[in-house]
Design a protein around this ligand. Structure first.
Ligand code: FPP
Ligand code: MG
Length: 332
């Protein structure tokens, strides 16, 4: 079955979608698609069938999101923790991924029609080589589309992602591209696998579990979290509407906390820069207060411009390194 469905919403669904669209609709929604195995047990079907139906639900949900005007979706498809499951289950999930990414590559014209950019987020090196290659192909072929974005977290955990970002930064320092004092929250942000996406506005977890299970821990500190008791393969358009309503109800508070946070972050950075200039650059004698203030402002500006320059240089090198990795998977 295909990733992208052209099925339209029913009349009543369309009506409800239009009502919701009169309010703020989340631009980016993340899903922890939980409950596939419980669903399989409940329906007396094989566990693998539960996961297959989970994929069908993902494709259906993507269609609903598109109809609701949600242009970015991130899904937790396979956690690094999932490698600890039985070999039979892990192999089954890998086979599902193999089939679905192959299918995705056969649907190029649909991806092009909807301008869907596919990103796979996680440590690809943990996956079988043939799947790595399929993923690299799908990612590279869709990288320039920018109307909607599907981020598939595969071989992913948040702590692994954050540790990797720290390693990238250490590499940048070692290569002389950045200095230790350039390591800021914003730089780490840009070294995460998710650096090209805005933080999710809404995170939904199904199956009644109320925890994040190492998913987007860094990115969801100001997101609306909605936990729903339904098992993922049974998820409906109405469940999604309910989650969006809860987002709308909390919208003002979420926006306020985001604004406050980014203001505080900018203030903190500016204070850190001022202290650094004071301690490291500001040692010349001055004739008067006016001259002293002018020199201080000039050095502060220089310190910020230099950092910006080093940072952009480093991020470009990182981007090239990541693209080279994907390209080498496609050519070898
Ligand atoms: C959680 O349910 C689900 C998973 C570990 C796998 C999710 C995968 C899909 C929905 C298919 C997506 C595939 C691709 C290729 C994108 P669970 O197994 O933890 O079930 P339980 O909570 O009932 O035990
Ligand atoms: Mg589970």
């Amino acid at each position: 079955m295909s990733w992208i469905r052209d099925k339209e919403l029913s009349l009543i669904e369309r009506l409800c979608a239009n009502v919701l669209k009169a309010g703020p609709v989340p631009k980016h929604v993340a899903f922890i698609m939980d409950g596939n195995r419980r669903y399989a047990k409940k329906c007396h079907v094989e566990r693998q069938e539960g996961h297959s139906q989970g994929f069908e639900k993902l494709a259906e949900t993507l269609r609903w999101c598109l109809n609701l005007g949600i242009c970015e979706v991130t899904v937790y498809a396979f956690s690094i923790e999932n490698f600890k499951r039985s070999k039979e289950e892990v192999d089954g999930l890998m086979e599902l991924a193999r089939q679905k990414f192959t299918r995705l590559l056969e649907e190029k014209e649909k991806l092009q029609k909807h301008e869907v950019c596919i990103r796979v987020i996680g440590d690809l090196s943990l996956l079988p080589l043939d799947i790595q290659k399929l993923i690299a192909q799908a990612v590279l072929e869709t990288k320039d589309y920018s109307k909607c974005f599907l981020n598939v977290c595969f071989a992913y955990t948040s702590r692994h992602e954050i540790s990797n970002a720290v390693r990238e930064v250490a590499w940048g320092v070692q290569e002389g591209l950045i200095e230790p004092r350039d390591v800021t929250e914003s730089l780490l942000d840009q070294c995460l696998y998710t650096s090209h996406s805005p933080d999710p506005d809404l995170l939904i977890r199904t199956s009644g579990e109320v925890r994040l299970s190492d998913f987007l821990l860094w990115q969801t500190s100001h997101s609306c979290l909605v936990f729903q008791s339904i098992l993922w393969p049974e998820y409906t358009f109405w469940n999604l509407c309910e989650a969006i309503l809860r987002y709308q109800y909390n919208y003002t508070a979420i926006q306020k906390s985001r604004e406050l946070y980014s203001r505080d972050r900018a203030r903190l950075q500016s204070e850190t820069d001022q202290t650094w200039v004071q301690q490291n650059m500001f040692c010349v004698e001055h004739r008067n207060e006016e001259e002293k203030t002018k020199t201080f402002q000039r050095l502060l500006l220089q310190c910020q411009t230099d950092r910006e320059h080093r940072t952009q240089n480093f991020l470009r090198a990182l981007e090239r390194k990541r693209e080279f990795f994907l390209q080498s998977l496609c050519t070898n």
